[in-house]
Ligand binder design. Structure first.
Ligand SMILES: Cc1cc2nc3c(=O)[nH]c(=O)nc-3n(C[C@H](O)[C@H](O)[C@H](O)COP(=O)(O)OP(=O)(O)OC[C@H]3O[C@@H](n4cnc5c(N)ncnc54)[C@H](O)[C@@H]3O)c2cc1C
Length: 470
């Protein structure tokens, strides 16, 4: 059915929750995405539900009339159409904003439309936390359903490993609760299967006792590449790994200035000022060290990025200083030998340790479908992200990104360190992260999809994101 007719049908029962073009509510949603590609899409209307029941009312209207729709939390997936849609209905879950704690403070019930900053701001007062995103502007929904790497990940595993219950609106409109004992297959599938099974309307997370943390940026010049690579590998391969240590190491390249500094965004999730686990980073010459004691909410409240085109690409590798250096050298060769891309602002490269203490949680609370286990050894996740502002360069950017990623994969392959896993929340369209979970897990996800969504609502009518059916 034409999208405008779908909106008219929704308006009959959910009129006060619908927003149309040229209204403030509509523009607020459409302008709230993180990438220009998502902001450039124009749904026929936006549904901002007030309750799970609104979603349960809306979904059968959409499905019985074959209306296409997108599901949006905080819009931080950069690829076009992942959480927004042209000529369809965008369901903006940021209107669902409740967070509460159980009486004993052991469980947090969180609406998926909240940002992690909103969640931490509430929980910090009770000295508990959840395994949420490190950047507070990111949404609860997308991050959790794709896995989720948090400050406390090495203590507790993926964000999705810490979920106790998903409330989800299925393609039929039925509201289901999925947990370790009820709809356990759906529960496991949601812990990495993204938007393939339903609209998740509430998530119950296990909480963890948490006071302030040590966090900050340590900045070392690019000339320190060998020492930075050694320090990263020392921390990421530490035996035993101190589960309170958490690290994101980034470097950017611009056509004008070449390589920038290395920035370690380092955290220690205890209020200790000099943890030994972070010392390797500090042993390298640095120009800046802002490590300080802070509440998680304050540290997660990063400033907003300017609106530009952006994409994410990812790879996963075994940890090695030699590999890290080799990858950067190969990127350097490509970036310095290829024609400049008009409108390119920067290439961002980020490495994050995925130690076995983290991945050992893969069996927690009924297990996850990611196919990443501690038996695979310590790993590091690469996030490669181009930032540009010229749509005419889109194809060139994608081609260059693919060649940079291929170079990193090849370097890892030559050292026997190439891993199968591609983290869904950092993956580009075409990277097929769900298949990277392994054949068995992919088949299990597909089976769950066919069981709970036999008509393929979330395969056909929700085109955004990574899909299961061919
Ligand atoms: C600045 C920045 C910082 C980041 N930091 C981290 C980090 O620390 N750790 C980490 O693991 N990742 C991080 N990421 C990656 C992040 O996890 C993904 O971009 C994630 O998809 C964002 O979730 P969202 O809800 O904001 O996005 P959205 O774009 O709203 O949603 C992403 C996908 O999830 C689906 N979805 C969202 N909510 C629901 C729901 N309730 N039901 C069904 N489907 C839903 C959408 O349909 C869409 O396909 C970061 C990304 C950015 C841009």
């Amino acid at each position: 059915m034409a999208a405008l007719s779908c909106c008219a049908l929704l308006a009959q029962t959910l009129g006060s929750n619908l927003a149309f073009p040229n209204t403030t509510a509509y523009e607020t949603t459409v302008s709230s995405y993180w990438s220009l590609q998502e902001v450039s899409l124009h749904p026929s209307c936006v549904l901002r539900p007030s309750s799970t029941n609104d979603l349960s009312t809306a979904v059968p209207i959409l499905t019985s009339n074959k209306c296409t729709f997108a599901i949006k939390s905080h819009g931080h997936a950069p690829a076009a159409g992942f959480a927004n849609i042209n000529d369809g209905v965008t369901i903006d879950l940021t209107s669902l904003k409740t967070v509460s704690l159980s009486a004993d403070k052991s469980v947090a019930h969180v609406d998926p439309g909240l940002s992690w900053f909103e969640v931490y701001s509430y929980l910090d007062k009770f000295n508990v936390t959840v395994a949420g995103g490190r950047n507070g502007a990111v949404g609860v929904g997308g991050l959790t359903l794709g896995g989720g790497i948090s400050y406390i990940g090495p203590r507790v595993g993926w964000t999705s490993d810490t979920v106790l219950n998903f409330e989800v609106v299925l393609g039929s409109g039925e509201i289901a609760n999925a947990n370790a004992t009820h709809h356990a297959d759906l529960f496991r599938a949601l812990k990495g299967g993204s938007n393939n099974f339903g609209i998740v309307s509430s998530i119950s997370f296990r909480t963890y006792a948490q006071g302030e943390i040590l966090a900050g940026n340590i900045i070392s010049p690019f000339s320190q590449l060998p020492a930075v690579a050694d320090a990263f590998a020392k921390l990421a391969n530490a035996t035993p790994y101190d589960p309170y240590a958490e690290l994101v190491t980034s470097v950017a390249w611009t056509a004008a200035a070449g390589w920038g500094n290395f920035t370690h965004i380092a955290a220690y999730t205890k209020p200790e000022t000099k943890p030994a686990a972070l010392q390797p980073l500090l042993d390298v010459a640095n120009s800046t060290n802002t490590l300080h004691i802070t509440p998680i909410s304050t540290w997660s409240n990063e400033s907003a990025n300017p609106l530009t085109e952006r994409l994410f690409y990812t790879g996963t590798y075994g940890v090695s200083a030699v590999l890290l250096q080799d990858i950067v050298h190969r990127w350097d060769a490509i970036l310095n030998s290829t024609a400049p891309i008009p409108g390119l602002i920067a290439w961002g490269f980020t490495f994050e340790p995925l130690p076995t203490v983290f991945t050992a949680h893969y069996k927690d609370n009924g297990g996850n479908p990611l196919g990443v286990t501690d038996e695979q050894g310590n790993m590091m996740v690469l996030l490669l992200s181009p930032v540009w502002n010229n749509t005419a360069s889109d194809t060139l950017v994608v081609e260059r990104a693919e060649s940079l990623l291929a170079a990193a994969d090849q370097a890892a392959k030559e050292l026997g360190l190439l891993k199968r896993f591609r983290y869904l929340n950092y993956a580009a369209p075409g990277q097929e992260p769900l298949r990277s979970y392994g054949k068995k897990n992919f088949a299990a996800l597909t089976e769950v999809s066919r069981k709970y969504d036999p008509n393929g609502v979330f395969q056909k009518l929700v085109p955004g994101g990574f899909k299961l059916w061919d």
